[in-house]
Design a protein. Sequence first.
Length: 127
Amino acid sequence: MLQFKTISIFIFRALSVVFLSFFFSCAKQNGKAKEKRIKEGETIEIGLVFPEVRTAKNDTVMLALYPHARFFYIDLGLKNSDSYIDLIKKANKADVPVKVRVYKDNQAEVAEMIPATSQEIEKFRNH
């Protein structure tokens, strides 16, 4: 009987260790998935544009940046991507352009969005 009790305790402890290891590894993976990445690289300014969200799928938002005739995208896994989406909404509501920079190696990916200054907006509208 003593041997059975010792084996039972050993099996219980082994299963507890396995369960806790699994639990903490899953928690660590889920925590990392929520962290935003930082992408570095040379950028090019494409100027003042009127942004419009076309589609959002998975971690990518497809954009139209008028007057350009092609699509651009924002990777939602990158740092500041949420603020760019908010900026697009504000720009659409106020009917003002934003200043956009794209990555030099992938000119379809938006690297940065900056609100246009009042002088830039005035110059853009008078142009």
